[in-house]
Design a binder for this molecule. Structure first.
Ligand SMILES: [Zn+2]
Length: 217
């Protein structure tokens, strides 16, 4: 696996942990994954109709859309994916050199000018900075899930969302698959254990072993 692939998988895993994030875990997440989503998401409130107060922090509102795309049928539908990629992302100082720690505001009466007048307003003049759209790691991860939606999984043991690195993956972590196998064994033993012990007592193994370890036929 090359570095590009590793980075891609890491972005996917980070998006999965973002989707599981609780208020108490925000500090840790931000420390571990600086620049994964715009800084402004952690402090900017946006209007959310379903919220009793009518507003929610941007990260939370984004998380809700992400969770429904993850659980959706189909997962990461075209509409959900476009919505998640095109979500509000202010330019970041680290990318543009412009400090946008102030909340940005676009007035609804923002004017548009006809292309023929562009010259008069200085649009396109070399003195005006041109901002390319910044590509955020979370957007790359959404794009990946839009293409490989099978990767958007929910752990069979702990029910957390996780990003699968291969199709056969059913659990979010070795601990969850281990726990779940132990639990399955325990469940089986509770149901069939006494029966199993009884058969073992009744039927002593007919297999005898020679000293050299070979089985006698
Ligand atoms: Zn799990």
């Amino acid at each position: 696996m090359n570095n590009k692939d590793k980075e891609m998988l890491a972005d996917g895993e980070t998006l999965a942990s973002f989707s599981n994030l609780t208020d108490a875990e925000i500090g840790d997440f931000r420390k571990k994954n600086p620049g994964f989503v715009p800084e402004a998401w952690w402090r900017t409130k946006v209007a959310v109709e379903s919220e009793p107060t009518g507003v929610a922090l941007e990260w939370k509102s984004y998380q809700r859309v992400l969770q429904s795309a993850w659980q959706g049928n189909p997962k990461f539908s075209l509409e959900d994916s476009v919505r998640l990629i095109a979500a509000w992302s202010p330019p970041d100082a680290s990318f543009t050199g412009v400090d946008s720690s102030e909340v940005l505001y676009a007035p609804s009466n923002m004017i548009s000018i006809p292309l023929s007048d562009a010259g008069r307003y200085g649009v396109g003049s070399p003195s005006l900075p041109i901002f390319e759209a910044q590509v955020w790691p979370y957007q790359r991860a959404v794009m990946l899930l839009a293409i490989d939606s099978w990767r958007a999984r929910t752990c069979l043991h702990c029910s957390k969302r996780f990003f699968a690195d291969m199709p056969k993956r059913l659990y979010c972590s070795p601990r969850c698959s281990g726990d779940s196998h132990t639990a399955a064994k325990r469940r089986w033993f509770r149901a069939h254990g006494s029966e199993w012990r009884a058969t073992r007592k009744k039927k002593p193994s007919s297999t005898r072993w020679k000293r050299n370890g070979k089985r006698r036929s």
